[in-house]
Design a protein around this ligand. Sequence first.
Ligand SMILES: Cc1cc2nc3c(=O)[nH]c(=O)nc-3n(C[C@H](O)[C@H](O)[C@H](O)COP(=O)(O)O)c2cc1C
Ligand SMILES: CC(C)CC(=O)C(=O)O
Length: 363
Amino acid sequence: MAGEPVNINEFEELARQALPKMYYDFFAGGAEDQYTLKENTEAFRRITIRPRMLVDVSRIDMSTVILGNKTSAPIIVAPTSSHQLAHFEGEVATARGAAACNVIMGLAFTSTCTVEEVASSCNAVRFLQTFAFKRDIIELVVRKAESSGFRAIILTADTPRLGKKEADIKNKMIAPRLGNFEGLISTEVVSDKSSTVEAYTAETLDPSFCWKDIAWLKSVTKLPILIKGILTSEDAIKAIEAGVAGIIVSNHGARQLDYTPATISVLEEVVNAVQGKVPVLLDGGIRRGTDIFKALALGAKAVLIGRPVIYGLAAKGESGVKQVIEMLKNELEQTMALAGCCNVNDITRSHVKTEKESFLSRM
Ligand SMILES: Cc1cc2nc3c(=O)[nH]c(=O)nc-3n(C[C@H](O)[C@H](O)[C@H](O)COP(=O)(O)O)c2cc1C
Ligand SMILES: CC(C)CC(=O)C(=O)O
């Protein structure tokens, strides 16, 4: 590729060139047939934008507030594991990139750098993600989140066990050293399975964790809880009843259950069920500012960005993370200006046409 990357796909290509195949496959891949992986991005293409003309767009303000935290744009770094496989500085570089762009950093507990290393290296607003781990591990997550100044806990609900990622199995993917797990589990996870990531998770997850356990989680922390991995109105209602502070519509970047729908196609179902009681966020397949605009028009308060941030990190470390986030911010700003929206509240349902609406209007 000649010159600087001009879009996220070009960052992905740089990452592919920079990384050993095993690691690129780990970051880029999805579960089984990867149907959902393709759909997550394709479904955005089937939504069109209904721009409004002759609006004064001389000043565009993308800032918003998420769970009381001001951010420069409705963009959050999604919690993703193992950043040192992309770049030796790992999550510390990612968090610094997020801080430089004034957006919220979602840190996975399965990070390579420790919670404390990330917290002490930057002043980004940070949310800490936990899986439905065994209770002693969740208690540790909560303690670390609270003592290191994190502002929320993200509970990932879609991973009672690890999805089947066939590239990792073929590559005999080896899990990196996960800083927060030092001394907690055998660091040399011996596995007769072909991917040690699978062995790691099998040792730490609690597949019996269910809705009633959210009450327990709430009893051990004062931090607000965002539940991640909701795809239906039924579960959105259960999440509200359980008392969560926010919902993230997510299919885990298509890495868990294949043949779940593209997240953008179920966002409205969840938003309608939630009735404004808590903020609804979305991740999965966001590669353009127009994608962010579409998610906001369909009711998302903000979006989380997973792989693009890792591609930036792999290509250029901290400055690559910053460039990727800036690129998405610039594209969103451009979309808002050309669609006639001066701030995020101006982006409404009438600014997009879904595939279903296009189909109905042709009948
Ligand atoms: C390499 C990788 C690791 C991930 N690790 C985690 C994790 O530890 N916890 C979690 O809740 N989600 C994890 N996710 C899912 C992301 O948080 C997010 O839902 C997803 O990446 C969004 O889709 P996108 O990559 O298309 O933006 C991971 C995703 C990737 C690609
Ligand atoms: C350690 C893994 C469970 C991280 C993850 O969620 C993923 O790779 O999708």
